[in-house]
Design a binder for this molecule. Structure first.
Ligand code: SF4
Length: 297
């Protein structure tokens, strides 16, 4: 039996996901079915629990019967989705933080295009991710999406770096990676301007979600405070992948699992203190189940 098992106090769903799931559950108490446009959360176990209540995940609006209710998840959607919904009732669970980001991007785009200017709108995010598609939709696709520092030169090859640049981040990106990307953009602008720094022509918007940013900073400390860490997350969660890597970098005895069935007891020593953490899409009940299992090995 391990010396102790602690659940990361900061782990569990973020506010946007909690809000979306409680709205879906409240809706399903009065109605037998609800269709979610994409998975409401990137966690297989939680999706299965919600499917039992009548929530079906679909890939596109075409899969939702005409007149049936459709849920827009916390990631948000582009304006075209609302227009295409037709007679279907929309349960809009776009996270308020994402709504604010969508509005900021629309305003920045209007500023950049004022009087026919050719400035560049940069979004630091995962190409094809639902939140990023929703952001691109706010500006008719007139933005450059950059996935990482390595792809920055290619992504900006057609941009005029002597003109204004406004930068936004997808809400779940790492704050440190975002800072590094913005520094590289500033350097590229300086070079394009013959060594003159961009000054106010570079606008960096602090749009990494505060809840995510605080998880990035606290997770490393949590991982270090235990002999071993069990990181619980769905296989499709990109946030889960990044947070798991962060944990493993500071504590090499970190194991990623989907549920307690994936645990190999030989990973642990009898006097180990084990930390249990997870992605922003990992439900608290699953962390508790895993912690309970670990206490009994
Ligand atoms: S990570 Fe932040 S912005 Fe994204 S859904 Fe959760 S609370 Fe909202």
């Amino acid at each position: 039996m391990p010396r102790g098992v602690e659940i990361d106090p900061q782990a569990g769903f973020c506010g946007g996901v909690i809000r979306a799931i409680s709205r879906a559950e409240a809706f399903l108490e009065a109605s037998p079915r609800l269709f979610s446009l994409g998975a409401i959360v990137h966690n297989e176990a939680e999706l299965e629990r919600l499917a039992g209540k009548g929530l079906t995940s679909v890939d596109s609006l075409q899969d939702v019967p005409e007149g049936a209710p459709v849920l827009i998840r916390a990631h948000g959607e582009p304006p075209e989705t609302y227009a295409a919904a037709g007679s279907r009732e929309i349960i809009d669970c776009t996270c308020p933080v994402v709504l604010q980001l969508q509005q900021s991007i629309r305003l920045a785009h209007a500023r950049l295009r004022e009087d026919g200017r050719h400035g560049t709108l940069v979004i630091f995010g995962k190409i094809g991710h639902a939140e990023v598609l929703g952001l691109l939709g706010q500006v008719g696709g007139d933005a450059v999406v950059v996935e990482d520092l390595a792809s920055l030169p290619e992504a900006l090859k057609d941009a005029d770096m002597r003109d204004r640049v406004e930068v936004f981040s997808q809400t779940t990106k790492s704050p440190a990676a975002y800072r590094a990307l913005c520094d590289a953009i500033a350097a590229a602008m300086k070079e394009a301007r013959g060594g003159v720094p961009p000054g106010r022509d570079l606008a960096v918007h602090e749009t990494v979600c505060r809840q995510v940013a605080s998880r990035y900073s606290s997770l490393g400390k949590f991982a270090l405070s235990h002999d071993a860490v069990v990181f619980v997350s769905g296989t499709s969660s990109s946030n889960g992948r990044v947070l798991f890597e962060l944990c493993r970098n500071v504590n090499p005895r970190t194991h990623r699992i989907g549920s307690s069935a994936d645990i190999d007891p030989s990973w642990f020593r009898p006097d180990d203190s084990i930390g249990v953490s997870g992605a922003t899409s990992t439900p608290k009940w699953l962390l508790e189940e895993v912690a309970g299992y670990l206490k009994g090995i």
